[in-house]
Design a protein around this ligand. Structure first.
Ligand SMILES: [Zn+2]
Length: 209
């Protein structure tokens, strides 16, 4: 799995440390679009399968993760929002292979999050969940009614069966979700639940009791 050709001095110097993922960012398409529509709010073009495949070739070029075990090395699950401005592992300093990551809108303890946490604990050995909600969340100060109206306006369809789990106090939403985890009888005895609010402006974690 460690087979590689002799690297030149240049590629060796440029190689990222093993704990960091290679830089496989897809091309930034915003500038091009901004040129095409001056004065408008620039919407980047949608990435294509070819963009992703090109990025994936870079990802594979010095792929160091093939030997990792399916069981997370830190016996940890991180439950957090789908927000694009942070990675769960990055915020907590957890290496690749160290933790399961469950992400959904808000990082809420939903039935489907419980499904993942229970499987993670009993099939793959995790014993701790860190819940991270964050400032400037897309669910903050929203209402179910408002979100459902947006869906109906755009599609003509009824979304009243979906609870989007909006909140107005981010620390309180963490507390509520920690309480749900601590009350969950499907998780192992001694299971640990820890909560934080992440500040997307500063990168700071604030503990929530
Ligand atoms: Zn969010």
């Amino acid at each position: 799995m460690t087979e590689e050709t002799e690297p030149t001095t240049e590629t060796r110097a440029a190689k990222a440390p093993d704990t960091e993922a290679p830089d496989t960012r897809v091309p930034d398409t915003r500038a091009r679009t901004a040129e095409a529509s001056p004065g408008d709010v620039a919407e980047p073009r949608l990435l294509t399968a070819d963009d992703f495949l090109a990025a994936n070739r870079e990802w594979m070029r010095e792929f160091p993760f093939g030997g990792l075990h399916v069981r997370p090395g830190r016996r940890l699950v991180i439950l957090t929002c789908m927000d694009s401005r942070y990675t769960a592992q990055g915020v907590l300093g957890v290496e690749m292979g160290g933790a399961h990551v469950v992400r959904n809108a808000g990082g809420r303890v939903t039935d489907d999050a419980i499904r993942s946490l229970v499987l993670s604990a009993h099939a793959l050995g995790t014993r701790e969940c860190v819940v991270i909600h964050h400032t400037n969340c897309g669910l903050l100060d929203k209402t179910n009614e408002g979100i459902r109206d947006q869906v109906t306006e755009a599609t003509g369809q009824d979304a009243s069966h979906i609870d989007f789990l909006p909140f107005s106090d981010v620390a309180q939403s963490v507390r509520e979700d920690l309480a749900l985890l601590r009350a969950c009888t499907l998780l192992p005895r001694g299971y640990q639940a820890i909560g934080f609010v992440y500040d997307v402006l500063t990168g700071r974690l604030e503990p929530v009791e």
